[in-house]
Design a protein around this ligand. Structure first.
Ligand SMILES: CC(C)(COP(=O)(O)OP(=O)(O)OC[C@H]1O[C@@H](n2cnc3c(N)ncnc32)[C@H](O)[C@@H]1OP(=O)(O)O)[C@@H](O)C(=O)NCCC(=O)NCCS
Length: 332
């Protein structure tokens, strides 16, 4: 059974923002035991951007959303709601949505943060679309942002090389036709032990002991995550095509979460995707968690790889485990 919205809702504008500072694989090799060849061949990553100390998620999210608003010719005070997908909010509270609302002067909007790690943008996208489809909201902003450099242990080569910082934003509005055609989301909490941050939440609050034990950083069992990600991203992407009778030839662009080029290639193979139809930005920006898909969409549009009416599949997998996919017809 497909999940159809009550009326067509589409992405009518996109924006993005990255920190300025680029760290190449060779830069990382200066302070950890790694090398460019290992990182490129195992992950597809050549470089990433990391913020300067003191920059928070809202410092990237606000300019990304402002770019999307400018492209749409919309003022911030026209927005009804702002949903921010992130696992690295400026603070636990107030939410990053509150900070972005204030920075942009989105005086009529309310908003909230949504936590689903690398699947966060897709969960937020369909949540925002449902608000618009219900008719209770007209203009909803969805931002995926993460400052992964704030939660990676830069002495742990198995995780530190994988992640970058960034923000991508979209505007959702009712459209005459097309837009989001179908979606599916899953969680499997039994996978929580494979990708998590041990301390800092209510179960294990920050203390001198947790800091000394480096428990405020990402812990990952790479191969367990890899195996599950390969299987689920491939399956759910294929599900979007099959249950909507879309043939791989009709798919203009596949935009997967950018965690590892090998995971993405496996999903593309399962889709029987023609050459050049997968959007890739992991080489330049690494895994920016909630920001990978909205930034990839923005860049695809910029590069002329997306046009109005094109059929697109988005798919993601992340900590939780969480995963999901969206089938849409491009609306801007
Ligand atoms: C993390 C990941 C890239 C590791 O790749 P892998 O092929 O599984 O590599 P392994 O963990 O088996 O490590 C192989 C070797 O490389 C070494 N290694 C790990 N990181 C390294 C690095 N940055 N540089 C050099 N060597 C490294 C390991 O120590 C190991 O050495 P050993 O054989 O002497 O013990 C891969 O497991 C992965 O991408 N997992 C999923 C990550 C993901 O998607 N996370 C986000 C979910 S949204």
């Amino acid at each position: 059974m497909t999940r159809r919205l009550a009326r067509p809702v589409g992405i009518t504008a996109t924006g993005q923002h990255y920190p300025e500072r680029v760290y190449t694989n060779d830069d990382l090799a200066q302070f950890m035991d790694t090398n460019d060849e290992w990182i490129r061949t195992r992950t597809g990553i050549s470089q990433r951007r990391w913020v300067e100390p003191g920059q928070g998620a809202s410092d990237l999210a606000a300019p990304a959303l402002q770019m999307a608003l400018d492209r749409r010719g919309m003022k911030a005070d026209e927005l009804d709601a702002i949903i921010i997908a992130t696992v690295t909010p400026d603070t636990f509270f107030p939410s990053t949505a509150c900070r972005v609302q204030e920075k942009l002067g989105a005086t009529k909007a309310y908003g909230f943060d949504l936590s689903a790690a690398c699947s966060g943008f897709l969960y937020a996208l369909t949540t925002g679309a449902a608000l618009v489809a219900s008719g209770t909201h007209q203009k909803v902003a969805v931002v995926g942002v993460d400052i992964m450099s704030s939660i990676i242990n830069k002495e742990d080569r198995t995780t530190a090389v994988l992640f970058g910082d960034g923000a991508g934003a979209v505007i959702l509005e009712a459209v005459p036709e097309g837009g989001i055609l179908d979606f599916e989301h899953f969680i499997d909490g039994s996978g929580g032990c494979h990708l998590f941050m041990p301390a800092g939440g209510s179960a294990r609050p920050a203390s001198a002991e947790t800091v000394a034990a480096k428990e405020h950083f990402v812990v990952q069992h790479g191969q367990d995550v890899f195996k599950k990600a390969v299987r689920e991203m491939a399956e759910i992407s294929r599900l979007m095509l099959d249950r909507n009778q879309v043939s791989p030839d009709d798919l203009k662009l596949f935009v997967p979460h950018q965690a590892n080029l090998r995971i993405m290639d496996a999903a593309a193979k399962r889709l029987e995707l023609a050459e050049g139809r997968m959007m890739v930005n992991i080489n330049e920006f690494a895994n920016t968690t909630a920001a990978t898909i909205p930034t990839a969409l923005h860049q695809a549009q910029e590069q002329g790889r997306l046009g109005k009416g094109d059929t697109v599949v988005l798919s993601a997998f992340g900590a939780g485990f969480t995963w999901g996919a969206v089938l849409l017809k491009w609306s801007c």
